[in-house]
Design a protein around this ligand. Structure first.
Ligand code: NAP
Length: 468
């Protein structure tokens, strides 16, 4: 089908060439929306700096929540479409610069998510043993940037600051037994380290009340089912007046409060580990020992003011922890040449069109901030693609001077990039599944980039000699 507008320069012979930067959910949903529309013929490259696609589905979603990861079957179908290529192991900004991208593509869509974390801004945050949940999640999920990092896991006490779903993920992973983690796709090094960790107490700290927690009920309930850990809630910290309870209109909040009340009424079961879900407390200082390691966390009791904000009461307590994980939200990181709103940590945009740019769009967490579940990105990506198509229709997209896959391939090859294709990734995926199956696990992740490329080269070699 051709475009209704006479200015429209794109056709089956000269399709609209789009570069999607980032192959996480928002990037793949953009690709899906582009191939599902019938208005403009398209040809897409989906770029990722890692050899592996799917972003936070592989490196963020908790390893024991495998069902959530089944979304990748649909993602693979999108990447398998003949109009789409996966270009893995290619860094935007160096192996493909902004200027080069503008020369080779009619439109760019930035979907590189929110790679960094927010800080607490309290003394002691840089002590050894104080880190972001983001780093910890990347470590247990086998992210190549984090996998080699020696993590301090000789902590008997761990504080997790924040009460969102990420805080619950890291607390649950810290509290599960090896047997409970066996059927997950947690990275092998983390499975071993966690089995031998001396963790006994995990404190999860909400600065406001139970009714203001951000986590969802399914995730909360899992704490009542842990084999090796009791969940402890102090009744006075979740107490609500009848009027406060009656005022809760959100169903998730209502259920959260019910589950927490159930936990508060439980007697400890004498399990080796304990997860303390605490509310109305804020960390004020991370205390260190002489070697600069975390030795405690000072917290202050809060009350809620009329606007629902936490206010300190001047009553303090010290938790005996040797590790502090701040889980207070992700934060987007700027990339050179792309507009960035430092305060909000996002690319400024209107409906997905990058402010002040033509032919540049954004979707996902780097567009709207780190909120929502995987599915939230589908509608968000659809909006950005609609905006892009409006621009095509209006004749606002200037065709790139050197379009075509061959020109991009030649450029990447000249720059020495070792591009990982979808076929390569599928070979690595199969290898990980086989390695996992050998020990009855769903997958044994390869966690180092060099090792991933070795596996891929071996399979490519076998394919070429007809043995693959
Ligand atoms: P989040 O849901 O925004 O939670 C952040 C938490 O940090 C809130 O409890 C917040 O409290 C607290 N916080 C912020 N600043 C703080 C400070 N200075 N001191 C103490 N506490 C502070 O973020 P997230 O947990 O990183 O999750 C990100 C997104 O991914 C969310 O949409 C989440 O639902 C999603 N996710 C979903 C799943 C799942 O579906 N299973 C799993 C993981 C993540 P206030 O409310 O008081 O600000």
């Amino acid at each position: 089908m051709t475009l209704p507008s006479p200015q429209a320069p794109f056709s089956a012979e000269r399709p609209l060439r789009v570069l999607v930067i980032g192959s996480g959910p928002s990037g793949i949903f953009c690709a899906e929306a582009l191939i599902k529309q019938a208005e403009v013929p398209v040809d897409l490259d989906v770029l990722d700096r890692l050899p592996t696609p799917y972003g936070l589905v592989r490196y963020g979603v908790a390893p024991d929540h495998l069902k959530i990861k089944s979304v990748t079957a649909g993602f693979e179908r999108t990447l398998s479409d003949p109009r789409v290529r996966f270009l893995g192991n290619v860094e935007f900004g160096s192996e493909l610069s902004y200027d080069e991208a503008r020369t080779h593509y009619d439109a760019l869509i930035y979907t590189f998510g929110a790679a960094a974390d927010r800080r607490l801004g309290i003394p002691g945050e840089d002590l050894t043993g104080s880190l972001s949940a983001t780093e910890f999640v990347a470590w247990y999920n086998g992210h190549p940037d984090a996998a080699a990092r020696e993590l301090l896991l000789h902590a008997a006490g761990v504080a997790v600051v924040g009460v969102g779903n990420v805080a619950l993920d890291v607390s649950r992973i810290l509290s599960k037994t090896r047997a409970e983690l066996h059927d997950s796709d947690i990275a092998p090094h983390a499975l071993d380290a966690l089995e031998h960790s001396p963790v006994q107490d995990v404190w999860v700290l909400g600065r406001r009340g139970a009714a203001q927690a951000k986590f969802t009920t399914k995730e909360l309930r899992e704490f009542g089912e842990l084999e090796g850990a009791d969940v402890l809630v102090q009744p006075q910290e979740i107490a609500l007046s009848e009027a406060e309870e009656a005022a809760i209109s959100d169903n998730i909040v209502k259920k959260n409060v019910e589950v927490l009340q159930g936990f508060a009424g439980r007697a400890p079961g004498g399990k080796p580990r304990r997860v303390h879900l605490r509310f109305l407390v804020s960390p004020t200082e991370i205390l260190g020992d002489e070697q600069g390691r975390v030795a405690g966390l000072k917290i202050e009791r809060n009350r809620l003011d009329e606007a629902g904000n936490a206010r300190g009461t001047g009553e303090f307590e010290v938790l005996p922890v040797q590790m502090v994980l701040r889980s207070v939200g992700y934060r987007g990181v700027a990339i050179a040449g792309v507009p960035f709103d430092e305060r909000r940590g996002v690319i400024p945009n209107e409906g997905g069109r990058v402010s002040g740019r033509s032919g540049e769009y954004t979707a996902g967490w780097i567009k709207r901030g780190p909120s929502g579940v995987i599915g939230t990105n589908k509608a968000d990506a659809a909006e950005s693609v609609r905006t892009l198509l409006e621009d095509v229709r209006a004749g606002n997209l200037t065709p790139a001077p050197q379009s075509g896959r061959a020109a991009v391939d030649a450029l990447l090859s000249a720059k020495g990039a070792e591009v990982v294709t979808l076929e390569d990734w599928m070979a690595l995926d199969a290898f990980e599944r086989e390695q996992g199956a050998a020990t009855g696990r769903p997958r044994a992740k390869v966690t180092q980039k060099g090792h991933m490329l070795e596996v891929i080269r071996r399979v490519r070699g076998a394919r070429q000699t007809g043995n693959g």
